[in-house]
Design a protein around this ligand. Structure first.
Ligand SMILES: Cc1cc2nc3c(=O)[nH]c(=O)nc-3n(C[C@H](O)[C@H](O)[C@H](O)COP(=O)(O)OP(=O)(O)OC[C@H]3O[C@@H](n4cnc5c(N)ncnc54)[C@H](O)[C@@H]3O)c2cc1C
Length: 292
């Protein structure tokens, strides 16, 4: 099913994001965790595209597996990093030939060791160009794009970042999936500002349950996510106790998700980090099936 149809026909579009593991053991663990997560009937499972296309084949391989073995709609992430327009087109053709109908269209981050994003000769500079390219060449594909409630780290202001988001929407995106955040009020303010900009496609909050404080600190420092001081202090206090960190993280995510759902969000995109235990606890607490 394509993204636009999901949002038209489903009351709540639950999605799970995974990344291609680097080892065979990681693959085995992910299969087990996905088996648990598909029981919650996600509308789709998306698979990330590694920096510089480093997981190009593995991303497609996982998308195939999601559809063939787990019987879920897959969405492939896709970035402009390191590829010419022709290379992007050939990869898109391959994805379509493999039965993938949805793409998360991204510019991508600079590869490790490179300070700023560099457009390759004959390549694309921003995600709006990728959305345009996909719409021109594969009009049938569902397209998701990234949104940043707390501003993309390179943007000079949230207003300018929102104008750029509007370009992606005008180019033909079907839905916005946000960067992870821990402060719902920042998401609500962003949603209002999107509305003022005339962005009228579904805006889906991205939630990453905190299961390991050190790892989350690394991730949030890279993407500039606001970490509430109270939450940080509670986690600091239990930094030698992984189970206590997990419990605090899950409790926070449950509160976030309950509040977001009450505020009428069209779905939630879980950054599951290839694990199932935290998402399972959150989804159990949300009772999505009963509310559907
Ligand atoms: C839901 C989600 C999934 C993600 N999945 C992946 C993944 O699988 N692989 C991966 O490598 N990364 C992924 N990322 C990270 C993403 O690639 C980075 O955040 C990247 O830095 C920006 O990508 P973008 O698509 O938002 O870029 P853009 O929308 O192009 O924005 C990048 C920056 O350029 C500015 N900008 C945009 N358009 C213009 C314009 N026309 N002129 C001037 N400036 C402009 C924006 O304000 C912003 O500061 C994901 C992010 C999210 C939120």
């Amino acid at each position: 099913m394509r993204l636009s149809q999901m949002f038209r026909t489903q009351r709540f579009v639950l999605s799970i994001e995974i990344f291609p593991p680097k080892t065979a053991d990681g693959d085995t663990a992910l299969r087990q965790n996905l088996q648990t997560l598909v029981e919650y009937d996600p509308s789709f499972v998306s698979c990330t595209y590694g920096a510089g296309g480093s997981t190009r084949d593995r991303t497609l391989q996982w998308c195939r597996e999601i559809q063939a073995d787990f019987r879920r709609t897959a969405m492939t992430h896709f970035t402009c990093v390191g590829s010419t327009r022709d290379e992007l087109l050939s990869w898109l053709d391959q994805a379509v030939a493999e039965g993938i109908h949805n793409v998360m269209a991204l510019r991508g981050d600079p590869p490790a060791g490179q300070e700023a994003f560099k457009t390759v000769e004959g390549g694309l500079s921003n995600a709006n160009q990728l959305v345009e390219l996909i719409r021109q060449t594969h009009p049938e594909l569902g397209i998701g794009v990234a949104g940043y409630p707390e501003k993309h780290q390179e943007a000079p202001s949230l207003d300018i970042d929102l104008q750029h988001l509007k370009c992606k929407v005008d180019a033909g995106a079907d839905a916005v999936f946000t960067q992870l955040f821990f402060v719902n009020d920042n998401f609500f303010a962003f949603r209002d500002r999107c509305d003022e900009q005339g962005i009228r496609i579904p805006i889906v909050p991205g939630i990453m349950p905190i299961t390991d404080f050190a790892r989350i600190k690394r991730i949030t420092s890279m993407c500039g996510t606001v970490f509430p001081q109270g939450l940080a202090m509670r986690l600091e206090a239990v930094q030698d106790d992984p189970q206590a960190q997990f419990e605090i993280g899950v409790e926070h995510a449950i509160q976030q998700c309950e509040e977001l759902r009450s505020a009428g969000v069209p779905g939630i995109h879980f950054y599951a980090l290839n694990k199932s235990d935290a998402c399972q606890r959150i989804l159990d607490a949300m009772h999505l099936q009963e509310k559907a």
